[in-house]
Write a protein that binds this ligand. Structure first.
Ligand code: PTJ
Length: 254
């Protein structure tokens, strides 16, 4: 790992980058994943590198939907596996959710490496590696169309962090509730998902686990009300306005 001085003003962000670089070198992250992270970083900067009030609202709605789910699943790609392996497993345990590896840049070796890192962090069972269970998502041409028939295919609520865009709409057409993390409120996925958490997964995954723990004692009617009152369109607008406010402040006060 590169030596990042602790007192470097951007140390935190640089250390996160190193996780991606390590993930790439260890065959977990696609090289395109490094570019995707850069795009995320830029939006994080504009959002003030904090979990916004709107993101907290989306996290609450996401936690409610995940608790209400009969068959929730977390879809894992290279980036999220490199950034939050422990949190993925913790969240799955909290919700009794399944985990499935599903990649945009299909690569069996990378899939195996991701399963390995998840198991090292405590996952018991990770789907996505067994061709005999493969099933195709209709209307989707990318490699992500191949899913496990007992996993994403059967799920009612799917968490797809750092999604690439085309799959969210296909999953919605299959009648699933789609929840995503995406720092870019303008992305296709952010605009398509039922619930978009505009936050860095580095901060947001921990917040989501906490929210799931906190809300798990609530009755279904209360949770349904939280989901019903949530509007993704309003939430995305609030995040875009937050960016506008940050830019205006910087433009006026430097
Ligand atoms: O491992 P694979 O093969 O499945 O590939 C994964 C990537 C991420 C490369 C692939 O899904 C891809 O190309 O994604 P996109 O289209 O670049 O979209 C990723 C989205 O995640 C972008 O809108 C980024 O802004 C956002 N993003 C990047 N890093 C973070 C993030 N959102 C939240 N937290 C981050 N740390």
């Amino acid at each position: 790992m590169a030596l990042i001085p602790k007192n470097h003003p951007r140390a935190k962000s640089l250390l996160i980058r190193e996780r991606l670089v390590d993930g790439f070198e260890n065959g977990v992250v696609a090289k395109e994943g490094l570019l995707a992270h850069g795009r995320g970083e830029a939006f994080d900067y504009l959002l003030g590198e904090k979990t916004t009030k709107a993101a907290k609202k989306a996290i609450k709605a996401a936690a409610s939907a995940l608790i209400l789910a009969k068959n929730p699943i977390i879809s894992v790609n290279g980036n999220i596996a490199a950034l939050c392996p422990k949190e993925i497993v913790q969240l799955a345990k909290t919700l009794d959710a399944k985990i499935e590896v599903n990649l945009f840049y299909e690569n069996r070796e990378r899939k195996k490496n991701i399963v390995k890192i998840l198991k090292k962090n405590g996952a018991k069972n990770v789907l996505g590696l067994k061709p005999k269970f493969y099933k195709r998502i209709p209307g989707l041409d990318s490699a992500r169309r191949i899913v496990d028939k007992n996993g994403i295919y059967a799920a009612d609520v799917v968490l797809v962090p750092l999604e690439d865009g085309d799959r969210a709409i296909s999953l919605k057409k299959l009648g699933k509730k789609v929840i995503t993390f995406d720092l870019n409120p303008l992305s296709r996925t952010a605009q398509t998902a039922h619930i978009t958490i505009i936050d860095n997964v580095i901060r947001g995954m921990g917040e989501l686990i906490l929210a799931c723990k906190k809300l798990s004692g609530k009755n279904d009617a209360t949770l349904r009300k939280i989901v019903r009152h949530y509007s993704n369109k309003r939430n995305l607008s609030a995040n875009i306005l937050e960016i506008k406010r940050n830019l205006t402040r910087r433009a006026t006060h430097g």
